[in-house]
Ligand binder design. Structure first.
Ligand SMILES: Nc1ncnc2c1ncn2[C@@H]1O[C@H](COP(=O)(O)OP(=O)(O)OP(=O)(O)O)[C@@H](O)[C@H]1O
Ligand SMILES: [Mg+2]
Length: 336
């Protein structure tokens, strides 16, 4: 794994690092040796199917649970020997809401301020600031159980920020949110990162990881199956291709002869040509079609996306991607 460099050429300090983390429940091995290095001020996304161990990893790194083996440092503190140091530096928004529904949003915030030993005055100040920032001022005096899912999630994260943590763990922060609330949450996460906060995120949404994360790891069978930037992960999975569709069977046949390396779909009158989707490859393909005097009725460029990566890397635990039953590496369509 390359060590990220800061602008001054020095390696960025790791906010979170782990070597060989292991955890079993009974005879079930959940984490089977996990290595991580997450630079300060970056967003790291942990992806994986249900039950892969994402929440378990968050709980171990945030000292809510103990590992059976391996080592980890968070904010420079060892999780085993200095859990108090870790806790003082982090904020955790769990997968399931920590909001108390019986009291108001404001009271939930003030309770957190008390837990962080803030004075009454600064507790009130921080609460007011965060309620404002998370657009919860109007609802602040209402019982939290009357909040919508999105409002509860925002309150949950606002509560996490009361202690001004430099590292935050967000376990599926946008599950169950509508697209607008998800985008609001993304904006909140981006603002945190621009303030220098390190974010460790778990998510089921590949577009979320693609959108937010500097680096992504895919957890499968207790191990990190792949780790890298979204682009690096997409490159791991072949499947980019150009698809040409014809309505005239004779044009289809001529094209199949003119182009080499095609996969034919005689029923759909469609040809599939492996391609990286670059302008150069596209031009050469069109040139060959021109020389043969044939014109396709439809041309689509398909590039690998994170869904392909996810399905390819977690194939043993999820059924194959529905749309891919006949073409296992087909990917999201990008109609040009
Ligand atoms: N306290 C526990 N006792 C026993 N088994 C547990 C415990 N916590 C988690 N597990 C098991 O560990 C495995 C990983 O669970 P975990 O909650 O970490 O998965 P996850 O990746 O967060 O899944 P999801 O996407 O559904 O949230 C599961 O098989 C789960 O049943
Ligand atoms: Mg989970």
């Amino acid at each position: 794994m390359p060590t990220p460099m800061r602008g001054d050429g020095h390696p960025s300090p790791a906010a979170i690092s782990a070597v060989g983390l292991r955890k079993s429940y009974g005879d079930k091995t959940v984490l089977d040796g996990i290595d991580l290095r997450i630079p300060a001020g970056s967003v790291f996304a942990l992806l994986g199917p249900n039950g892969a161990g994402k929440t378990t990893a968050v709980q171990i790194l945030s000292t809510l649970s103990t590992a059976d083996g391996g080592q980890a440092q968070v904010a420079g503190h060892d999780i085993a020997t200095s859990p108090g140091g870790v806790r003082a530096a982090i904020g955790v928004t769990g997968q399931f809401s920590a909001v108390d529904g019986l009291i108001t949003g404001e009271e939930n915030m003030l309770l957190m301020a008390d837990l962080h030993h803030l004075s009454k005055r600064s507790g009130r100040r921080v609460t007011a600031e965060l309620l404002e920032r998370f657009d919860l001022v109007d609802a602040a005096r209402k019982p939290a159980q009357s909040y919508s899912g999105g409002m509860k999630r925002r309150l949950d994260i606002a509560m996490t920020l009361v202690g001004n943590p430099r590292i935050i763990f967000l376990d599926e922060p946008t599950t169950g949110l509508d697209p607008r609330s998800r985008h609001t949450m993304w904006q909140i996460i981006r603002e945190l990162v621009s303030d220098g906060v390190t974010v460790f995120l778990t998510t089921q949404y590949l577009d979320e990881a693609d959108e937010l994360a500097d680096r992504i790891a895919v957890l499968n069978d207790g191990r990190i199956a792949a780790e890298g930037t979204a682009e690096e992960l997409k490159r791991l999975i072949p499947g980019g291709h150009i698809r040409l569709r014809f309505t005239d069977p004779s044009a289809y046949r001529s094209a199949a002869v003119a182009l080499r390396e095609t996969t034919r779909d005689d029923e759909a009158l469609a040809l599939r040509i492996p391609s990286d989707g670059s302008q150069r490859e596209l031009r050469s393909l069109l040139d060959r079609l021109d020389s043969a005097g044939v014109e396709a009725d439809e041309l689509t460029v398909h590039t690998s996306d994170l869904d392909d990566v996810f399905f390819a890397l977690t194939a043993s635990t999820v059924p194959s991607r529905p749309a891919q039953s006949t073409q296992p590496t087909q990917s999201k369509e990008d109609v040009r």
